[in-house]
Design a protein around this ligand. Structure first.
Ligand SMILES: Nc1ncnc2c1ncn2[C@@H]1O[C@H](COP(=O)(O)OP(=O)(O)OP(=O)(O)O)[C@@H](O)[C@H]1O
Length: 195
């Protein structure tokens, strides 16, 4: 995946650019910077969710996104929350649920699961598409320290097992090291990649 961003404008104001970022399968980077600098906006552009920018997005990597909110289908059971959006088979979905510690929860609805369990389900769903690069936007925010540490450990295991790359948006300066991700800082106005 390569993004060459000349500029991104919101409401007549240039908020990002110029900047360039290239991430390949197996490489891990973290996008850091203060609130409102444009981290999520850059991730959405990379994910192909925002096409309203001046620049070029290239590469044929398969991407999967994990947002801060798990964004699950509330009227579908946990297992279906993996198979329906991704098209993966039931055995794969069960295996991924086991890998994130959710064996036995296959038949539960999201509302019957804790936030930590819902986040782990969203993580399993992301890996069900066999991504080349995983995109994560503050996936460990608003979890208690123990649950966050567990999620980080699971993410690391899944990344290592799958060989996927990572682009991780966070303002927690400790997380990049725990995920062995190269920290990249956004700063300035409009924001660019520093250093
Ligand atoms: N849909 C939108 N319309 C107009 N402005 C927006 C929109 N989305 C974001 N912005 C503005 O773009 C800037 C960057 O927002 P963005 O959410 O990317 O920042 P961030 O670094 O991810 O912040 P945080 O860490 O708080 O999530 C902010 O000034 C924000 O107000």
């Amino acid at each position: 995946m390569r993004i060459e961003l000349n500029e991104k404008v919101f409401g007549g104001r240039v908020i990002l650019g110029p900047l360039a970022l290239e991430v390949e399968r197996g490489q891990r980077v973290a996008l850091l910077g203060p609130s409102g600098i444009g981290k999520s906006t850059l991730l959405r552009i990379i994910a192909g969710l925002d096409r309203d920018f001046d620049g070029r997005l290239s590469g044929d990597d398969r991407l999967a996104v994990v947002f801060q909110e798990p964004v699950l289908l509330p009227w579908r059971k946990a297992l279906d929350n993996i198979t329906i959006p991704t098209g993966c088979d039931t055995a794969t979905a069960r295996d991924l649920m086991a890998q994130v510690g959710l064996s036995g929860h296959e038949g539960q609805f999201p509302r019957q699961m804790s936030l930590g369990q819902q986040r782990r389900l969203a993580l399993a769903r992301a890996f069900a598409v066999r991504p080349d690069i995983l995109l994560m936007d503050e996936p460990f925010a608003s979890l208690d320290a123990e649950t966050a540490a567990r999620m980080i450990g699971l993410t690391l295991e899944l990344l290592e097992r799958s060989g996927a790359g990572l682009i991780h948006v966070t303002h927690d300066t400790g997380e990049p090291a725990r995920l062995a991700a190269r920290p990249l800082r956004l700063g300035g106005s409009p924001a660019v990649l520093l250093g």
